[in-house]
Design a binder for this molecule. Structure first.
Ligand code: F6R
Length: 268
């Protein structure tokens, strides 16, 4: 043993396992959904203005639509410029035709890409014949773009507490992979499909481990239908039956919530 090594003394059992170390997320509770859109857009715009070459992980879904609208408006007014920014989307249904209106690729085009120049944009290919091969490709692509500066995530419907499409049972070290969607997720999201019966059974998603590697994570949630999940995520045990609870392992999480989504947290 060298002199340097002999100075390192780690008392056995003294330090907790990494996953048992948790941090309280910064909580921002706002009066309504529009205020969440504006606050979240403001944080993202500030991130890009501070570091134009930022790498961002971004979500789709109902929650971020207003937020994207405000980012587009700011870009069109010259307040922010995404032309050097890299976007690595969280997830995509599989199988799905990327050109169909129901795909998350179409969502991103409709709400962001068609309106502002973005440096680089990546999303899993829902049309890839092999989900596993596409997961492997996207995993390598994400790895090559690390570190992600900011990951923005929404939270799943009902009791799913998913982030990305990491449904119950997802582990904190999970990475990009094919997942089977929870029935609650399929029911909630089928409503958004042109033909609800066409919602795929599965998706490709960044893993919890990928999301946790981001330097900063913003969780956005709006509406009373998210209140149970937000409370379980932020106040319940950190465990894989509420995958979003793993966000509490990360030292820098900002939860931007409207009063409805935060209602069980307030006064606790
Ligand atoms: C979508 C995603 C999902 C959604 C979540 C909430 O890219 O990763 O985790 O953020 O299902 O969806 P909405 O916002 O439609 O309630």
């Amino acid at each position: 043993m060298t002199a340097a090594e002999s100075r390192i003394v780690v008392p056995e059992g003294r330090f907790p396992e990494p996953s048992s170390v948790t941090y309280p997320p910064e909580l921002v509770v706002l009066p309504n959904a529009e205020a969440v859109d504006a606050y979240a857009a403001g944080l993202i715009i500030e991130q890009i203005r501070t570091k134009p070459t930022s790498v961002l992980t971004l979500p789709t879904g109902n929650t971020p639509i207003g937020m994207y609208g405000l980012i587009v408006a700011s870009a069109q007014e010259g307040i922010v410029n995404l032309s050097k920014t890299t976007i690595v989307n969280l997830d995509e249904y599989h199988p799905i035709d990327p050109a169909s209106l129901d795909s998350y690729a179409s969502f991103m085009r409709r709400h962001l890409m068609d309106h502002v120049p973005v440096g680089e944009w990546n999303i899993p290919n829902g049309g890839a014949p092999s989900a596993d091969e596409e997961a492997q490709r996207y995993r390598a692509l994400l790895e090559a773009r690390q570190p992600v500066d900011l990951a923005v995530v929404g939270i799943g419907p009902g009791t799913t507490c998913h982030i990305g499409f990491n449904e119950k049972g997802s582990e904190p070290d999970s990475t990009v992979r094919y997942v089977t969607l929870d029935l609650q997720t399929r029911e909630a999201n089928a409503r958004l499909f042109e033909d609800p019966s066409q919602i795929p059974e599965g998706a490709l998603t960044q893993g919890i481990g990928d999301i946790l590697r981001a330097r900063w994570i913003i969780l956005i949630a709006k509406g009373v239908h998210k209140a149970w999940g937000v409370n379980r995520t932020l106040k319940g045990p950190v465990s894989s039956d509420a995958p979003a609870s793993f966000l509490r392992i990360h030292p820098r999480v900002t939860a931007v919530l409207d009063q409805e989504a935060a209602q069980y947290l307030l006064g606790n």
